[in-house]
Design a protein around this ligand. Structure first.
Ligand code: NAD
Ligand code: ZN
Ligand code: ZN
Length: 361
């Protein structure tokens, strides 16, 4: 059997997205069909529609989602119809060299559904990050479904599926932020603001939020930033050094994905400090740094894939913190929108006042 549902499709580079009817197959072995309840709009969706990730148009966008499992295919035992789940885009395989060495958050062979969702004419769709959840239903690998407490709303739970997890994990898992550390976060959109929250959860002593937009800085402050720097009119590196006794921060998290902000992160950290790149660059971007500075400043330069999270470990834990009132996820939902408002949400992304627009179905 197949299902015809409405979904947001990006047909070509830079073209506005369209609402279309797509065909979703019933789940095969190892797959799950999910009735999507909510899906946040992440900057990565915009990267896809601008051709910044790859050229596999048409894309089925949306990847920050929560919903209910409708049916599962053969051999699926971890989730069952009726389960409330957050979709993840890194379902670990358990068998690759990273998994076998006990580092499954680096899994090099993460799973997606094997069957394709298509347009009505049979054209195969490429689901963004193997999810494609700006749709009434989507087909994923069962391992992409992580069961969490139904008491959280879908709009809030879905956020953990990408941006919020990426940001919190960039601080806690990748950056190893600990009690008493000084942290700077460059770029305070959904991901960067989450890195602020993660740093705060981890007990950082000083959290410096940097952005070129005052709205974002005001929100970062509400979420736990101790200091803010508008780098439109101030030198970010100098400002961060000044706020850290002239030395730089222990951990600097880059959540924009551009060479110039990466350089700021590189020079704004203390000697032997850590840079975490969680922002995603586009293919034409190049970084030039004096190799002597790379050596002489020491420390650690890391990238953070999905906050180096393990969905099965981290999603239920963060939902529990949310339900206990210890993690303000509601603050990330700036607006809830309808499926056909995704294009407008992309436009508003540049406006500055939106942390997350969340499609609620
Ligand atoms: N590594 C991962 O696993 C992962 C996961 C999700 C998103 N991302 C990436 O993280 C980045 C941020 O995503 P988002 O959803 O928060 O985007 P967003 O558009 O909500 O936020 C970007 C922020 O950067 C700020 N900014 C832009 N240029 C700046 C500059 N020169 N200096 C300082 N701040 C600047 C903007 O004002 C905005 O607040 C994107 O590149 C996205 O693709 C990575
Ligand atoms: Zn995302
Ligand atoms: Zn693996």
């Amino acid at each position: 059997m197949t299902h015809q549902v409405r979904a947001v499709v990006a047909r070509g580079k830079g073209a506005p997205v369209s609402l279309e009817t797509i065909i979703v197959p019933d789940p095969g072995p190892g797959e799950a069909l999910v009735k999507v309840e909510a899906c946040g709009v992440c900057h990565t969706d915009l990267h896809y529609r601008e051709g910044g990730i790859n050229d596999d148009f048409p894309f089925l966008l949306g990847h920050e989602a929560a919903g209910v499992v409708e049916s599962v295919g053969e051999g699926v035992t971890d989730v069952a119809p009726g389960d409330f789940v957050i979709l993840n885009w890194r379902a670990v395989c358990g068998q690759c060299r990273a998994c076998l060495r006990g580092r499954p958050w680096y899994c090099f062979d993460t799973h997606n559904a094997k069957q394709k969702m298509t347009l009505l004419d049979g054209t195969e769709l490429s689901p963004a990050l193997g999810i494609g959840a700006f749709a009434e239903k989507t087909l994923v690998a069962a391992g992409q479904c992580t069961k969490v407490d139904r008491a959280a709303s879908a709009a809030v739970a879905g956020l953990l599926g990408c941006g919020v997890m990426a940001g919190i994990g960039a601080a806690i898992n990748t950056g190893n932020v600990g009690r008493g550390d000084t942290v700077a976060v460059i770029g305070c959109g959904g991901v960067g603001a989450s890195a602020v929250v993660g740093s705060s959860l981890a007990g950082a002593a000083k959290i410096i939020a940097v952005d070129i937009d005052d709205h974002k800085l005001a929100t970062a402050k509400k979420l736990g930033a101790t200091h803010t720097v508008n780098s439109k009119d101030t030198d970010a590196v100098e400002a961060i050094r000044e706020l850290t006794g002239g030395f730089g921060a222990d951990v600097v998290i880059e959540a924009v994905g551009r060479p110039e902000t990466y350089k700021q992160a590189f020079y704004a950290r203390d000697l032997a400090g850590t840079v975490v790149l969680v922002g995603v660059p586009t293919p034409e971007m190049k970084l030039e740094l004096p190799l002597l500075d790379v050596f002489g400043r020491g420390g650690t330069l890391k990238s953070s894939w999905y906050g180096d999270c393990l969905p099965s470990r981290d999603f239920p834990m963060l939902i529990d913190l949310y339900l206990q009132g210890r993690l303000d996820l509601d603050a990330f939902v700036t607006e809830t929108i309808a499926l056909n408002d995704v294009e407008k949400a992309f436009e508003r992304m540049h406006g500055g006042d939106v942390l997350r627009s969340v499609v609620v179905l």
